[in-house]
Design a protein. Structure first.
Length: 416
């Protein structure tokens, strides 16, 4: 084996950080190693991480196995006890050059290098120029979360919210544009909290406006998952006036019933979500929404669930990420005595997904005959401004934005 082999589980931010670790490990000269970047969002994610570690050990019997990521940060000792594991490093340590320099040596006497993530106060702007496809790059601008939703373990893996300074973000995006990227996506754990820990406490809208002003050659800027209750006036202004900001927002809604939202310790109510969706679409009529929704949260009745189901139409959501509730040890929700039966959870999740499928069909049908600016991800497929996939009959130039008239839809994609 030449150089370490990386396996990434979980979110886009983990994938971004894996790219940073590849650079750091290469600079350190680490060789003959397997690195597993774990996820901890559900108990199933942790189980899959252990399964992957065992599989990689079987496939690489002489390599050193290094485990990192959120699951390793939250429960380092249990991973250290696995016979297959040689070293465990935390989420802060994995982004430090000194850690990889040590790992490239003889491992020393510290197989577990995991400090208190809550003590971390800065997030470096890791300069991963070009992570993603050749057409779209992802830029991490924020890490961690100050909120404590009762179903979520992630703050204990990521720590409190930390922001990358705007100047660092702008400089990185300028480099990406110089390298030919036509779209940049801003990512983070709790993106709308960006700036709260910086001098003068700027907001996400300020960052968006600054990027669009200072990087005039950037054709498309996209923002990933946001908490709609935290959206600021400048972000709403950007939605209304900046055509280079893509009309696609993924909302962290989680539920459609006020009582369940309170038990989740969310900061919005049902009407807040509906009002935001209506206001954003009034400002930008071509706006589409994705959303995270959990089915089967403890104490959820059929009536509570129906409120989530009807929220799909009331907010006119298109891209649903449906999560069957998974009991996660270490979270307050896991201690709620009234847990929903697993079969009921699966059934409700299926009904939500069916509602989402119907919304996608309606969205696709509405695009037929329209003209879109499509960013090509490969020769045959690109995405519209609303992130809808478009399949082309004739090859196009990868990474370029092409003007296309939609002629139909097939298998969840538009056809041009």
């Amino acid at each position: 084996m030449n150089g370490p082999k990386f396996t990434t589980l979980g979110c886009r931010l983990n994938a971004y950080e894996t790219e940073a670790m590849k650079d750091l490990s290469a600079q350190a000269g680490l060789d003959n190693a397997v690195v597993v970047n774990t996820c901890a969002v559900t108990a199933e994610a942790v189980r899959k991480a252990r399964q992957e570690i065992r599989k990689l050990r079987r496939e690489n019997p002489t390599a050193r196995v290094i485990v990192t990521g959120c699951a390793a940060q939250i429960d380092p000792e249990s991973f250290a006890k696995m016979n297959e594991v040689d070293a465990v490093i935390g989420n802060s340590e994995k982004m430090q050059a000194d850690t990889w320099a040590g790992l490239a040596g003889d491992f020393g006497t510290e197989p577990v290098q995991v400090d208190d993530i809550m003590s971390v106060t800065e997030t470096a702007g890791h300069l991963i120029d070009g992570f993603g496809t050749r057409s779209r790059a992802y830029v991490q601008v924020q890490n961690g979360c100050d909120h404590r939703c009762t179903f979520c373990i992630i703050p204990y893996g990521r720590g409190n919210s930390r922001s990358v300074p705007a100047g660092v973000v702008v400089d990185q995006i300028k480099r990406l544009v110089d390298r030919g990227y036509n779209e940049v996506v801003l990512t983070g754990v709790d993106l709308t909290s960006w700036g709260a820990d910086l001098p003068s406490q700027p907001r996400l809208g300020d960052l968006v406006m600054r990027i669009l002003k200072l990087v005039p050659d950037l054709p498309r800027l996209r923002i990933s998952s946001i908490d709609s209750i935290e959206v600021d006036e400048n972000l709403m202004s950007a939605i209304a006036t900046e055509t280079r900001l893509m009309p696609h927002l993924h909302l962290s809604l989680q539920h459609g019933d006020d009582l369940i939202l309170k038990r989740m310790k969310r900061r919005h109510l049902r009407d807040d979500a509906i009002r935001f969706a209506q206001e954003a679409r009034a400002l930008r009529p071509d706006m589409t929404f994705g959303a995270d929704i959990i089915a089967g949260f403890p104490t959820e009745t059929e009536a509570h669930f129906e409120n989530s189901l009807t929220l799909v139409q009331e907010c006119d959501l298109t891209w649903l990420h449906v999560f069957p509730y998974s009991r996660r040890e270490g979270t307050p929700a896991a201690r709620i005595p009234t847990q929903v039966n697993g079969k009921i959870i699966r059934d409700r999740a299926a009904r939500l997904r069916a509602a989402g499928d119907g919304q996608i069909r309606r969205h696709l049908a509405a695009q037929i005959g329209r003209t879109h600016q499509v960013l090509m991800e490969n020769a045959q497929m690109g995405r519209t401004e609303q992130f809808t996939e478009v399949r082309f009959a004739t090859p196009q130039s990868e990474g370029q934005i092409v003007v296309a008239t939609i002629t139909g839809s097939e298998k969840g994609q538009l056809v041009a």
